[in-house]
Design a protein around this ligand. Structure first.
Ligand code: FPP
Length: 245
């Protein structure tokens, strides 16, 4: 299947809402955290799958602003899993030349999590393969609010003239500055919504909602989605190549 992917029409950036861990765990008669633990295997498979075909950017929604409202036990377990996974996966990330980055309100994460994350970001910074971005304590409304604050601050210091603000100015003040917009957004778990993820950046993104829980998702599922993507015609608001004149 991988061989059928056209290397000249690869998505530059793939974003994933990794949903369905809790339901998957229940289906297996286990606690929710069991699903999150298995979700890490899917993360590994997808990172490998992106690297194997030469994808440049992968953004994973690992913890949303709203996820803080889950029971403390689950939040704590997720943070512990995150610290452990980042630590355990570092060797594999280095081997695959993966550069790790993070977006979100990172200061709100527990100190240990911030330290482990920063250590992995620093260690992988020279890598030139896939850039994997973890969205942590992230939501698009948080990001857009931050953008408005930054713009207001720059304007009050006369470093930015309101009449000169363009779409490019906005993009440059977002957490994703310097990253291409996602070409593909995948949400597993069967729900068809975007749940406060990259709302500015997905204006022209192709959306995919595979009927799989995240712990069941593997690189082969990703490759199938990329094949589907390559068969879609993207028009960006213009008329299609085959439209009648
Ligand atoms: C959503 O499923 C999933 C999360 C809130 C957490 C995702 C985190 C991981 C897979 C671990 C990430 C680890 C690394 C290293 C990036 P859900 O709990 O909302 O599932 P449900 O909809 O079935 O309840």
């Amino acid at each position: 299947m991988k061989d059928n992917i056209n290397p000249n029409n690869l998505p530059r950036h793939i974003a994933i809402i990794m949903d369905g861990n809790g339901r998957w765990a229940r289906q297996h008669g286990q606690e929710r955290i069991y699903g999150h633990q298995h979700g890490v295997e899917s993360v590994r498979s997808v990172i490998e799958g992106c690297g194997e075909i030469g994808i440049k950017y992968l953004t994973l929604y690992a913890f949303s602003t709203e996820n803080w409202n889950r029971p403390k036990e689950e939040v704590d377990a997720l943070m512990t899993l995150l610290v452990k996974s980042i630590h355990n996966e570092l060797e594999g990330l280095m081997k695959n030349r993966v550069r790790l980055q993070a977006i979100g309100n990172l200061q709100s994460l527990p100190a240990e999590c911030q330290q482990e994350l920063q250590a992995a970001i620093d260690a992988t910074a020279p890598n030139n393969g896939l850039t994997t971005v973890l969205a942590l304590s992230y939501s698009a409304r948080w990001e857009l609010t931050e953008m408005a604050r930054k713009a207001a601050l720059l304007a009050s210091g006369r470093q930015l003239q309101p009449e000169n603000i363009t779409a490019e100015t906005v993009a440059s003040l977002l957490a994703t500055a310097n990253m291409p917009d996602p070409d593909i957004l995948i949400r597993t778990g069967g729900e068809c919504r975007v749940s406060n993820f990259l709302l500015w950046q997905i204006a022209y993104t192709e959306l995919f909602f595979p009927n799989l829980m995240w712990p069941d998702f593997r690189k082969e599922n990703l490759w199938q989605i990329i094949l589907d993507y390559q068969s879609r015609e993207r028009r960006f608001g213009k008329i299609g190549e085959h439209a009648p004149q």
